[in-house]
Design a binder for this molecule. Structure first.
Ligand code: HEC
Length: 229
């Protein structure tokens, strides 16, 4: 019985010592047995801190740092990836209407890039000439692939084509995650380009949709291509 009282008393003291008076208010700092992460070395934003030699907690980017997001250069000026602009959505800002024209400046370089990206990303299904007879159809992996020379598809606006490539349509999956915004527009520019070796999707001549490029533009593509060769 004596031992019991002693052990009991020690237990009561221990419990009171560790947990006692919890719930009552006190101005003294509490006793932390396991402080976990309540106190740690950290930088508070916009406050002084001696950790860095210049005494700032919020450091400036190191010289030569590459911005996480660089704007896309469109014919209407630079556009960031987060902006609700035709170059990002294929739609006219603030509406659900598809943009009529490719917002990127169409250069020979863009067409070359588009040709290369088309061959990599689209021709396995749509075929090298975009007639829908790619390898996936030949081996029976896809039953029907759209022929991009179809009048309905040829007459789509550039923005709608961009939308289809980005998000997919019916049996076709979206390629927004695989093909960058610039490359999607490059593919579209390539598909619609009037230069003979490049024009799988012919809109003219004299067709209802017609060419979207002037003779001068065609001439300047040729000139640039000759210079690049
Ligand atoms: C995995 C195969 C596959 C790939 C790769 C693919 N497509 Fe398609 N695409 C299809 C199929 C299948 C259809 C027909 C969809 C339907 O109408 O059910 C289609 C339809 C389309 C259409 C017409 C949509 C409509 O309104 O009928 C366009 C335009 C198009 N693809 C463009 C592209 C472009 C550009 C690329 C490359 C970035 C591409 N596709 C890559 C399979 C593919």
């Amino acid at each position: 019985m004596r031992y019991f009282l002693v052990i009991f008393g020690v237990c009561v003291l221990a419990v009171m010592g560790i947990l006692g008076k919890r719930g009552s208010h006190s101005r003294k700092p509490p006793l932390y047995i396991f402080p976990d992460m309540e106190w740690q070395l950290k930088l508070r934003p916009q406050k002084e801190n001696a950790f860095f030699a210049n005494g700032l907690s919020s450091q400036l980017p190191v010289p030569g740092a590459i911005a996480r997001s660089t704007p896309i250069q469109t014919v209407h000026g630079p556009v960031f990836a987060y902006e609700d602009a035709p170059v990002n959505t294929g739609r006219i800002t603030g509406t659900t209407n598809f943009a009529e024209h490719n917002p990127l400046p169409v250069t020979a370089q863009l067409l070359r890039r588009g040709q290369q990206r088309f061959q990599i990303n689209c021709s396995p299904c749509h075929g090298a000439t975009a007639d829908g007879k790619g390898i996936t159809q030949k081996i029976g992996a896809m039953a029907v692939v759209a022929n991009l020379h179809d009048k309905r598809i040829v007459e789509m606006t550039d923005g709608e084509l961009f939308y289809v490539v980005t998000n997919g349509r019916n049996l076709m999956g979206g390629y927004g995650a695989n093909v960058t915004v610039e490359d999607r527009w490059a593919v579209i520019a390539y598909l619609l380009s009037p230069w003979p070796p490049l024009h799988p999707m012919e809109r003219g001549p004299g067709g209802e949709a017609g060419f979207r490029f002037s003779a001068f533009q065609v001439f300047s593509f040729l000139y640039e291509l000759v210079q690049m060769a």
